[in-house]
Design a protein around this ligand. Structure first.
Ligand code: ZN
Length: 175
């Protein structure tokens, strides 16, 4: 397999939010056919009067049904109506970041809307991932699709714990 071309970051705030996403991932109940993933949505700090803040968290199957972490976080923030978010919530997500322990899915065997499409329906600009999706279930093209639409995808690496990505994968596989 060729090495990942995804850029990385080791900035402390990104490591901290990724660890928070990992705490979320651990809350999900393992199942045979899906990963255990955690997600944290953080607002943009672009305005001095509005520092970055956690807007929502989510984990796999937190909400009823075969729900994904990113989907749960977005739905907890503002349930999509007809696939669209209301204007206030849309503004809240302007330039926001989502931290997810695994690359957002691009294909769902269940026929549900993939998380990549859900993210692209918002103004979330930065997608921080703990690990890229292994080919356990489907081949994921999440990173490529997000980038093609002008979103930034960055892999979070903890300089003090090089095992962060492996830990995201271990938790994802329910171990
Ligand atoms: Zn997903």
């Amino acid at each position: 397999m060729p090495p990942s071309a995804t850029p990385t970051t080791s900035a402390p705030e990104h490591v901290r939010y990724m660890r928070q996403a990992l705490v979320e991932a651990r809350k999900s109940v393992p199942v045979e056919t899906a990963f255990c993933v955690g997600a944290v949505i953080v607002s943009s700090a672009s305005h001095p009067s509005r520092p970055a803040a956690v807007l929502a968290t989510g984990y796999s199957r937190e909400l009823p049904g075969n729900t994904h972490a990113e989907q749960c976080a977005l739905d907890k923030l503002a349930p999509a109506r007809d696939g669209r978010m209301d204007a206030d919530r849309d503004a809240l997500l302007e330039g926001a970041s989502i931290y997810t322990t695994m690359e957002p899915c691009s294909t769902r065997l269940s026929g549900n809307v993939p998380c990549v499409q859900r993210i692209l329906a918002t103004r979330i600009q930065h997608i921080y991932v703990g690990v890229e999706e292994p080919r356990d279930f489907v081949e994921c093209e999440g990173t490529r699709l997000l980038r093609e639409q002008g979103r930034e995808v960055v892999l979070v690496v903890d300089p003090e714990d090089p095992g962060l990505g492996k830990e995201c994968l271990r938790v994802a596989r329910g171990k």
